[in-house]
Design a protein around this ligand. Structure first.
Ligand code: FE2
Length: 302
C-alpha cells in the first residue's frame, strides 16, 4: 500500500467563526489566511495556504482530516488500494478540492462520521508566515499539522477502519484510569503514525465525549511558547481542560485548552518521532507521568 506522508490539514465546522479567529491568532499564534465566498476561514501555521480550516456549520466539531501524499502517483496508488480493501472512495470535485487549497483530492467517511480526505499538492501562500505571538514557530513540514484524537462510538470498529482500511501504523496504546470532574473512568487509547514519523497523527479512545473528537494537537518548536500560550489562555479567560503536563508515550510537554467549539486543543512541545526500523509497540499504564490535571477553573466551567 502506498504510504500516507502526514496529516496535512484539519477542517472544523463551527457557529463561532469570529471567536475561532481570535483564539487561533491571538492565543495559539496562527495567522489568518484567505476567507472563501462562504465565509470559511483558512488558518496558517507555516508556508501553506491552509492548515486548519474553520467553516460555518452547526456541528462545532471536526468535519474532515486531510492526509497528504508526496506525489500524484502515490495518491492514485493509495486510492486504488483503498478501493481494493472495500473502502468506498469518491473524487473530490473542483469545489471541494479548491476549498482545501490542494491540487487533487479524494475522500471517504469513517465509522464516526469524520471525512478522510486524501490529497496531493498543497498550495503555498505568497506571504511569509508570521505569528503575532510565538517566539519560535509550529512544528509542521514533513510531520504535518499535528494530531487529533477521536472519541470512538465503537472502539473496535474505529480501530479496524484506521489500521486495516487506511493502513495507519500503530505506535502504542494507553490503558489507564482517567480522572474527570465526575470521577475516574477507564481509558483505552490507541495511537497511530504515518511514514514521516510524528509519534501519532491520529489516536482514538473509548471516551464518553459528546463530540467526534476529544482534541486537536499542534506543536511548537520553542518550549517557552507552551508556557506563554498557557499564560495567554489564563489572561483571556480561555477555559483549561488539563493543565501543564507530560505524556509518557510521545514525550509531549503540553496543556489542553477548550476551543470555541467545545473540544480541546493540546498545545505542546517535544513530541518524539517513530522510526519503524527500531520502534517497539508498547502499552502504557499512565496517560501522563506528571501534570495534565484538570484545574479548578476547568471544573467550574463545566
Ligand atoms: Fe494529544
Amino acid at each position: 500500500m502506498a504510504d500516507i506522508s502526514s496529516l496535512g490539514y484539519l477542517c472544523v465546522a463551527s457557529r463561532h467563526l469570529a471567536q475561532w479567529e481570535r483564539f487561533a491568532v491571538d492565543i495559539l499564534g496562527m495567522s489568518a489566511g484567505q476567507r472563501d465566498g462562504g465565509g470559511a476561514l483558512a488558518l496558517r501555521m507555516d508556508e501553506w495556504e491552509l492548515r486548519l480550516r474553520i467553516e460555518p456549520g452547526p456541528d462545532d466539531d471536526l468535519v474532515a482530516a486531510g492526509w497528504q501524499f508526496e506525489t500524484a502517483e502515490a495518491l492514485r496508488a493509495y486510492i486504488l488500494d483503498l478501493a481494493m480493501r472495500g473502502v468506498h472512495v469518491t473524487s473530490g470535485g473542483d469545489a471541494l478540492t479548491a476549498s482545501r487549497c490542494v491540487e487533487q483530492l479524494f475522500f471517504c467517511s469513517d465509522p464516526d462520521g469524520i471525512r478522510h480526505e486524501f490529497f496531493y499538492g498543497p498550495a503555498h501562500a505568497p506571504q511569509v508566515f508570521r505569528s503575532n505571538v510565538l517566539r519560535g514557530g509550529f512544528v509542521t513540514g514533513a510531520l504535518g499539522i499535528g494530531h487529533y484524537v477521536s472519541a470512538a462510538k465503537d472502539y473496535d470498529k474505529t480501530l479496524a477502519f484506521h489500521r486495516d482500511g487506511l493502513g495507519l501504523k500503530v505506535s502504542d496504546r494507553i490503558q489507564a484510569p482517567l480522572t474527570t470532574p465526575h470521577g475516574e473512568i477507564p481509558f483505552d487509547a490507541t495511537f497511530f503514525h504515518t511514514v514521516t514519523g510524528r509519534h501519532h497523527s491520529f489516536a482514538t479512545a473509548a471516551l464518553p465525549f459528546p463530540k467526534r473528537i476529544h482534541h486537536i494537537m499542534v506543536e511548537v518548536s520553542d518550549f517557552n511558547d507552551v508556557g506563554l500560550a498557557y499564560d495567554r489562555c489564563l489572561a483571556a479567560g480561555v477555559p483549561i481542560m488539563m493543565g501543564l503536563g507530560h505524556h509518557p508515550n510521545d514525550g509531549m510537554f503540553s496543556f489542553y485548552a477548550i476551543t470555541p467549539s467545545g473540544f480541546a486543543i493540546e498545545f505542546g512541545h517535544g513530541g518524539c518521532l517513530v522510526d519503524d526500523q527500531t520502534w517497539r509497540v508498547r502499552t502504557y499504564s499512565q496517560l501522563s507521568d506528571w501534570g495534565h490535571a484538570p484545574p479548578a477553573a476547568a471544573i467550574a466551567h463545566r
